[in-house]
Design a protein around this ligand. Sequence first.
Ligand SMILES: [Mg+2]
Length: 134
Amino acid sequence: MMELEYKNHLSPMLKGEMKNYLIDIDGTVTDDIPNEEPERMITAEPYPDALETINRWYGQGHIICFFTSRTENLKQITIDWLDKHGFKYHSVLCGKPRGGNYHWIDNHIVKATRYKGKFTDMVEKTETIEVFND
Ligand SMILES: [Mg+2]
């Protein structure tokens, strides 16, 4: 299970190379379905490469959290759908702000990857990012 390292009254860190994956659902592991059309959330099909990659990451010991703009009232539909299609995961967090254009600020290391239609293992690339002017 999740191995955490505690140091000097600081919040714990995942050990070694383990990652906390926060993974969007709509438009990332299945069709982009708005909260206003929940009936489509039941019948949607998963993207096979997403299912396979996420389950491999889970098997490698990474933490899988689905982080979605679906609202709390849609959580059970979402869990049932994930389970029906065989997704392996640790948690589902609803209530991510809608509208995209995300910029996450945190005292822990954050990496972000935009899904553009192909779900694979991560590769290293050099890109320009925005950072604090420190
Ligand atoms: Mg989405």
